[in-house]
Ligand binder design. Structure first.
Ligand code: SF4
Length: 304
């Protein structure tokens, strides 16, 4: 019954997409059926690049607000819609312009590296953005300079351990990845002794220490494809399991915990995608003065 409903909605979305000349971008953490109807599914870095290059005049961004904002910043010629206006990111909301201004005042010579999970206004006040896929490379670029890393402390600590660079860390965290605790991972490893364990660097450092690798979602997809292993314990939002299974039908993937669910990512449903295109609602607007500064920090990141 529900499946037939989804098929009907997906057919309607394809129709609307055609009529509106829209492209649908979806994050790896989106619901399975939303990923299936999207033109492109990826992580934050892949989606930023895609958003910058698409020719469509309408982008429907199935993700959370900061991602849709990033699309609007890198592609000012397109109208960007967010199917659920309340789909935010608690990690991104843990820092704002006023707090960052204070931190900059306390460390006047420091460069600010800003995780893409942040508002456009915070990006505009930063020197360079990064994602979990390129954070190590970005920090390595800033040789010898003092660096404030915002807002995810776990990612910052992981980057610091990999680059050997002392970073000034901001105490933000992803509530979804934080639920994964070492004892949960140990129990999973005991249950699946032959599985490789991959976790996201937004996880706690004592969880990362137990894993075979800490990887962004795109890196997890690559790792699973290239690995000789047949089983994997996956320590990130469970939405990624759909893609991992789709791309590796002969391999098995186990969520490190069934609690790894981001409620904000799951706010987007097929019904909301239909509604936002039909009614052209939830347009993401970034004021020009913020857009210009944020675009500079994002472009700085996208330069290889
Ligand atoms: Fe934000 Fe964490 Fe959800 Fe990603 S998984 S959108 S970082 S709350």
């Amino acid at each position: 019954m529900e499946k037939a409903g989804n098929e009907e909605l997906m057919r309607r979305i394809r129709e609307l997409k055609e009529e509106a000349g829209a492209t649908i971008l979806a994050h790896n953490y989106q619901r399975k059926e939303v990923q299936e109807v999207a033109d492109f599914v990826g992580d934050s870095l892949e989606l930023s690049r895609k958003a910058a290059s698409v020719k469509a005049k309408l982008i429907v961004f199935c993700g959370v607000r900061f991602m849709a904002e990033t699309a609007a910043i890198v592609n000012p010629n397109a109208t960007v819609l967010l199917p659920d206006a309340c789909a935010g990111c608690p990690l991104a909301d843990m820092i704002d312009e006023n707090i960052l201004a204070e931190w900059k005042k306390d460390h006047p010579r420091a460069k600010v590296v800003c995780y893409i999970n942040s508002s456009a206004a915070v990006k505009a006040m930063s020197d360079i953005c990064c994602t979990s896929a390129n954070a190590i490379k970005i920090v390595q670029r800033l040789r010898g300079e003092e660096v404030i890393f915002i807002p995810d402390e776990n990612l910052g600590r992981y980057v610091s351990s990999k680059t050997g660079k002392k970073l000034i860390l901001y105490p933000g965290f992803c509530p979804t990845h934080l639920v994964l605790r070492p004892e949960m991972l140990l129990a999973m490893k005991e249950k699946h002794p032959n599985a490789k364990t991959i976790v996201h660097p937004e996880c706690r450092s004592d969880v990362i220490d137990l894993a075979d690798a800490a990887l962004s979602t795109s890196q997890m997809l690559h790792f699973a494809k290239e690995s000789d292993a047949h089983e994997f314990i996956v320590g990130t939002e469970i939405g990624l399991i759909h893609r991992l299974e789709l791309e590796n039908p002969s391999k098995s993937f186990y969520a490190a915990s069934s609690l790894l669910v981001c409620p904000n990512m799951k706010r987007t449903t097929l019904e909301k995608v239909v509604e936002c295109i039909e009614r052209q609602r939830h347009v993401i607007e970034v004021p020009k003065e913020i857009r210009v500064g944020a675009a500079r920090a994002i472009e700085e990141m996208l330069v290889e």
